[in-house]
Design a binder for this molecule. Sequence first.
Ligand SMILES: Cc1cc2nc3c(=O)[nH]c(=O)nc-3n(C[C@H](O)[C@H](O)[C@H](O)COP(=O)(O)OP(=O)(O)OC[C@H]3O[C@@H](n4cnc5c(N)ncnc54)[C@H](O)[C@@H]3O)c2cc1C
Length: 390
Amino acid sequence: MRTEFATIVLGCGGIGSGALYWLSRRLGGDVLGLEQFRLDHDRGGSQDHSRIIRLMYHDAKYTRLAPHSYTAWEAVEEESDVPLVLRCGGVEITHAQGPFREDVENYARAMDAAGVAYERLDHDELTHRFPQFQSDQEMMALYEPQAGLVDAGKGMAVHQILARGRGATILEECPVQAIHPGPDGVQVETARGTFRAQRLVVTAGAWTQQLLASVGRPLPLTVTQEQVTYYATPHLKEFSPKRFPIFIWKEEKDIYGFPVYGQVATKAGIDAAGPPVTPETRTFQPDPVRERILDEWLAAHIPRFLGPKLATKTCLYTLPPDRDFVLGPLPEHPAILVAVGAGHGYKFASLLGRILSQLALDGSTEHDISAFRVDRPALTDPNYVPAHRI
Ligand SMILES: Cc1cc2nc3c(=O)[nH]c(=O)nc-3n(C[C@H](O)[C@H](O)[C@H](O)COP(=O)(O)OP(=O)(O)OC[C@H]3O[C@@H](n4cnc5c(N)ncnc54)[C@H](O)[C@@H]3O)c2cc1C
């Protein structure tokens, strides 16, 4: 078996599969992907039917990148003819007189600065356009027409299949056990032998911490066990993507949700509400307390969204203290590149993959990723106070 490659991708989940695809476009067979589990496993952060994609973000570091996330997915759709992004529109909602109004205004300002098209809806306009939403308090919303969902499971599979089609090697059930950076590249030890490459791309999600600690760069990442619930609403037509947008409702903890997609069900979750875990201590058991909180919230705000629960699926966030991506080389080992999606990275998975391929092969990218540096204060200052709200 070949053991020398130009680039090795460690972890073939959402972002790693994107990196494999974009690397294979330039390297063909000179790229190796190593995945500890089977490619379709559901132990990480990416395995599900849908993830929100949107241009609406709270900060320029994301609004300037977001349009390129669509372009990257379009290139993959173009090559595969498999539809991955569904633009059903999206709303950022809150109570007009409530404590989180300023959060939504942050999004409006960031979109104004980036020239992102959106509409401001008052209570009547919102309930006229989307009567599914209700509240005993006055609501307000920003409607962003390009928002929608990206099919996470399909997106990963298409990236992997196209990469293999271009000659890339992907080894499943092949955990990387050790990383040895050297003067002219990196050696990785696995259960199936030792492999070498000029560049190593670490896209290991919830496992990133321990892998980087092994090369002297422990990052203060918090892994949390999140969950989403699928509801078999009888009002399928009312919640079809043609009639219902993705939504993010700004509350103490954001509530987000999807129209009917993937499963014959609506889906919703509470953002960053899960307990800290490790990949070893996480469970697949839904938390009934969070389930009840979500049920009650939906009953008060989108009652017809509900139905018999089909499933509650657990999944892992990997959170830096400032909840910004981690993206770039390790200062002490520039041959090792790392990417962490910070609990909101799937929409960018193909673009992050493309950027990682540029960093690995050209040493630079046209995109401004300076805010995501590995050695930024949030990742190096032990006194940095974590803030996971976006
Ligand atoms: C409930 C939930 C809802 C979300 N909603 C959204 C959303 O709406 N929009 C959005 O943009 N993002 C969302 N996210 C975040 C997004 O899904 C993640 O940021 C993204 O999927 C992370 O991808 P990843 O490639 O970093 O991690 P993963 O997909 O977990 O991939 C890491 C891979 O590395 C492998 N690996 C680890 N260690 C090793 C090793 N030693 N050897 C070999 N392989 C290894 C793992 O097995 C895994 O396959 C959500 C996440 C969750 C959990």
